[in-house]
Design a protein around this ligand. Structure first.
Ligand SMILES: Cc1cc2nc3c(=O)[nH]c(=O)nc-3n(C[C@H](O)[C@H](O)[C@H](O)COP(=O)(O)OP(=O)(O)OC[C@H]3O[C@@H](n4cnc5c(N)ncnc54)[C@H](O)[C@@H]3O)c2cc1C
Ligand code: FES
Length: 283
């Protein structure tokens, strides 16, 4: 059992942050890795990135968007309550080293939670790190203070222009590319169309581009094949080979198709859960 020590809501209650006591995971975790959580015996296994870890306190932080049945159930858990299982750390950590040029870390929506530890890791390794974060509108922006602390420079964008740059994260990336500064690596996490646009922008410039993929996972240990994605024409498992891959090699269209495969069942499951009020009782 894994106790929730802190809880807060962001982005008008659509995003929830939990600090969870998990000393063994916190001691081993590295940037880019994730955990799989289950709220109770009948709950689904849900992969979430560790947005932060504190090995001294023995805690990990998750930040998740409430999008369906399981994340809605997670949202009902309060401080002092428990996740039944937290499995991890899972996946390959980001390869972090001191690089010659600029590192640019880009987070769209809750992708910001995914790039946060990676941004921090690159900065701690002595790199100059520009972070670019974006959301549809100001009220949906998350982690501005944390990303300011984690990076050397933070740029903020909103699609509707209510805060920061009016436009997309890729507009700011283009400004950096056009400025002629040497960029060693771009890391992106967020909606698949955003990651695809960024990879398409950096490809002609030969800038190494890592994308953190959010394929649907079941076991998270390389056994079921559910999370497979085509990278450079070869099947890779996001849970054990990723979650980060070379953005120039990923078949984003195939990934989008696989992510949409269970839309009907997901909507039905959310609908049934809210109608029978099971979300609160399931614990
Ligand atoms: C490695 C990894 C790290 C992730 N990190 C974060 C994070 O830090 N913050 C965050 O908000 N989200 C993250 N996600 C996405 C998160 O796992 C899904 O939003 C969550 O599983 C949705 O479950 P649900 O039952 O609430 O929604 P559902 O109604 O079941 O599904 C809504 C959408 O979520 C996705 N999804 C559903 N089930 C799974 C599953 N078992 N595995 C992966 N995706 C699924 C699908 O795209 C689906 O269309 C991550 C996914 C992966 C693979
Ligand atoms: S989730 Fe089963 S192989 Fe990756």
């Amino acid at each position: 059992m894994f106790e929730i020590l802190e809880r807060s809501e962001m982005a008008q209650g659509t995003v929830v942050m939990n600090v969870i006591r998990a000393p063994k995971i916190a001691a081993k975790a590295r940037p880019g890795q994730f955990v799989i959580l289950r709220a109770n015996e009948t709950g689904e296994r849900i992969p979430l990135t560790m947005a932060d870890t504190d090995s001294a306190q023995g805690t990990i932080t998750i930040i998740y968007q409430v999008v369906g049945k399981s994340t809605a159930l997670f949202k009902t858990l309060q401080v002092g309550q428990f996740f039944l299982d937290v499995l991890g750390p899972l996946g390959q950590p980001t390869h972090i080293e001191k690089q010659e040029g600029l590192i640019i870390c880009i987070g769209g929506g809750t992708g910001t939670a995914v790039v946060h530890p990676i941004t921090k890791g690159f900065k701690n390794a002595g790199n100059r790190v520009v972070a670019i974060i974006g959301a549809r509108t100001k009220d949906l922006l998350i982690m501005e203070d944390k990303m300011t602390a984690a990076s050397s420079q933070l740029k903020v964008c909103t699609d509707d222009g209510s805060y920061g740059h009016h436009g997309f994260v890729s507009d700011i990336l283009k400004e950096f590319i056009d400025s002629g500064q040497k960029i060693s690596t771009v890391v992106a996490a967020g909606p698949v169309p955003m990651m695809k646009a960024i990879a398409n922008m950096t490809r002609p410039h030969g800038i190494q581009t890592l994308v953190s993929l959010n394929s649907i996972m079941i076991d998270g240990t390389g056994m079921c094949g559910g999370c497979r994605v085509s990278v450079g024409g070869k099947n890779q498992f996001t849970c054990v080979d990723g979650p980060e891959f070379d953005g120039h090699q990923v078949d984003f269209d195939g990934l989008m198709q696989r992510l949409a495969a269970y839309k009907e069942q997901e909507a039905q499951s959310m609908n049934e859960a809210s109608h029978t009020c099971k979300l609160g009782q399931d614990r």
